[in-house]
Design a protein around this ligand. Sequence first.
Ligand code: FCB
Length: 436
Amino acid sequence: MPLTRNDFPDDFQFGVATSAYQIEGHGFGGAGLTHWDSFAATPGNVARAENGLRACDHYNRLDEDLDLIAGLGADVYRFSTSWARVMPDGTGAANPAGLDFYERLVDGLLARGIKPAATLYHWELPQPLADRGGWRNADMPHWFADYTATLMDRIGDRLWSAAPINEPWCVGWLSHFDGHHAPGMRDIRATARAMHHVLVAHGRAIGVMRDLGMKNLGAVCNFEVSQPASDSAADRTAAARYDAIYNRFFLGGLFRGAYPAAVLEGLEPHLPQGWQDDFATIRAPLDWIGVNYYTRKLIAATDGPWPAYAEVTGPLPKTQMGWEIYPDGLRQVLNLAHEYAGGLPVYVTENGMANPDTVDVPDTARTDYLTQHLVAVQQAVADGVPVAGYFVWSLMDNYEWALGYDQQFGLVHVDFESLKRTPKASYQALAQWWHR
Ligand code: FCB
């Protein structure tokens, strides 16, 4: 890896990211059931019906894992907190062991000189709230605000940064329209409501955290570059529609108080009554925007009902996920986020690759992927985007949602039998230049 810290702006933050359900082990410490547990228990949803009940057993191996982050020389650790661990029923009484765990996590990071960057929701919705309609329910922002207050009252004073929701597109569209993630719905009305309520919940949580005096609050969205599969007008329109749904709906809501026309043409009849009045909440001022980026999509028009598009397999080399490797896309989405977020710092809050690693073979493919994407970050900086940090997904191999345990994103290999952690070559390469 030829890059050094000197190749990036002063005070640029390097880090690694994980999420609660993917690593902690939800079967421990009094965490409540989540909609991912029931989704995974339903045949056909998740590879081999695997779930996160044990995952990486991070809950019981916290110090070992924090030492791995320190060993990397990371400035920042982006983790998520599980609503169901903090409040097993989603509302009401907190789980003392859950709050203690997150306090140990934050204090353990600070003791090692690492900045804690928390995300409040990375997809494991408490089952009792899913039973009440989950993100379709207009009370969700209210419940989410209560959870935010309960947790942040305990750890908010020691966080470096916080963001309410990881990837609103996945919470809304992927989970309620495509049905690929929990709760596995395929319903346009549910989708519209979930996409809107998730943004309202974001705004409410920002308000709660501001009232607690917290600083450095942001939003983490995922982006894909959408390119037409051909030059035809129909494919270009379809690609623009995909871009509007995937990227601009959330940016538009957060920064402009408006949803793109290309999305409203399908979703407007299904949005909750009075949705326009919620933009005052959704637009709560932010301190930064986070960009999660993995790939691009080639989009073709299809016959049939809105949104009338289909993904076409592209020609570029692909990761284990089957995602095309397209580093220039990172430069493009950083520019897009900047276009909406004005002068706010932009962080790459996730980027990385799944690769069929073994402990004996150096993961040079991952080091190459990360290097190419870090070069794209440099190009975005040269374009004038105030990119302030870059966090690799992920610290260690973990539960990759519907694909179970065989997609390996980690800088650290995890043996899911013995749970032994083994740093990979990519970890060593980063550690060489991240250490100050
Ligand atoms: C992102 C998710 C993260 C992980 C990566 C591969 O969309 O935020 O949990 O699954 O993709």
